[in-house]
Write a protein that binds this ligand. Sequence first.
Ligand code: AMP
Ligand code: MG
Length: 350
Amino acid sequence: METKILRMDIEHISTEDLAQAGAVIRDGGLVAFPTETVYGLGGDALNPESSRKIYAAKGRPSDNPLIVHIADMEQLGYIVEEIPEGVEKLALEFWPGPLTMIMKKSSVVPLQTTGGLDTVAVRMPSHPVAREFIRAAGGYVAAPSANISGKPSPTTAKYVIQDMDGRIDMIIDADGVEIGLESTIVDMTGEVPMILRPGFITLEMLSKVIGPVEMDVALLNIDSTAKPKAPGMKYRHYAPKGELVIVEGEPEQVVSYINQACKEHVAQGKRTGIIGTQESISQYKADCVKCAGSRADADAIARQLYTFLREFDDEGVEFIYSEAFDVGEKGQAIMNRLLKAAGHKIIFLN
Ligand code: AMP
Ligand code: MG
């Protein structure tokens, strides 16, 4: 299949291009598109055949449900059984934005889209191209991240093309993918709302609006054997080709541990990579050293993390070491992704 690549300017979105992209979805095809979190791989959420194609293009297990993207609040009632009060409150505060809410699905949403579940995950993205595209596509776009299953989510069109060229009908290339980590997922079907995937909307931000919110216990403990409630969270994810290890401890200890480890790999003819921060970066020695910005700047770290992992792949790095980024509330979302990318390999130096 030939994949058409459409470059869009977020300041001047071409209505003709949008109509063309929308028509692909309405005809049952797939279009990758930018959102403010990561690129999505979109298909018609109400068409079971489109969902089947999404799983096939990604190589994704079909028990891992897709998030349905909408552009307007009026669209929500059609795809859910009811809109709980908490959802209305959270939508007023955080939509459009990086928050996904799970509700009981209505009969129009096929089980192929929800991985066989009777619930549906819904998000309203804020990216201007995403919103206009969803409207042009008929209002309901099912979209997981636009990567081959298991790889880091793409935050630039370059990496969408790398994974999806020849597998889908169209890729929309635009700027404005600023957050860099996937949305927070909160399950609104229980008595107390529960976070199934941490993200930039934190537990504290949610509870300010709706009172008590819980965190899926399987996410809290790094070596937890509890099964996560979001089916997708149990799979290996975001992984670079090289072996990634996280090193946690006092800054000087971390620098000397990582440098020593890299030295040993280099002696064996291996290529090495490091993710550090402004505070430590000048002290590192490896083939590829990436600076995530200041240690206190969780936003900058999140924005660049997946790009770094992809760049290590591009540069043939075989062993990667990263500092731990337990910074503030958002640090939880970053560490959740980094630990998965590392297959939970973390070294505590103290
Ligand atoms: P992705 O779109 O690739 O970022 O992945 C979507 C995530 O949302 C996966 O971890 C899914 O397991 C999760 N998810 C989607 N729908 C549901 C649902 N109805 N119940 C629980 N988790 C869901
Ligand atoms: Mg994904």
